[in-house]
Write a protein that binds this ligand. Sequence first.
Ligand code: HEM
Length: 124
Amino acid sequence: MGNFRNDKESKNCEKAQDKVWEVFRRKRIIVNAWTLGIYPRYWTEPESYIPKRFLDSFIDIKGNNFDFVPFSAGKRICARFPFGLINIEHPLAFLLYHFDWKLPSGTETGNSDMTESFGATLKR
Ligand code: HEM
């Protein structure tokens, strides 16, 4: 294993490698994608829902721009992000095409309760 002069040198190298891996194992880095997505330095009106902001933008979701990383980036980017996207776009397009949508009576755009809370699914 490797170009070592003797067994002792080889063993020492293995020990050093083990130590390096031990350090790696103990470190965990979590990228806060949510904060990046609402960082005022990068986004105008970061808390507003403005889909048009992406129309003339070079920013995409393929992990090339670290200001927007819903599928992460780099080597461990979501393995099936095109499938994930299609599964949102396709049903949404069907719902919009097949139904006429209107707000419940007494409701106006802008007065929906958008208070944040935690959970996989949320009720209005
Ligand atoms: C809108 C839907 C989806 C979103 C937002 C999403 C997001 C993500 C994110 C952020 C990661 C990185 C996690 C991390 O760094 O710890 C990830 C990883 C991964 N995703 Fe997705 N994902 C979606 C759909 C899917 C679907 C449909 C599949 C499979 C059919 C999938 C398979 C995976 C796999 C295998 C990984 C691990 C990749 C790796 O570590 O090499 N994802 N996803």
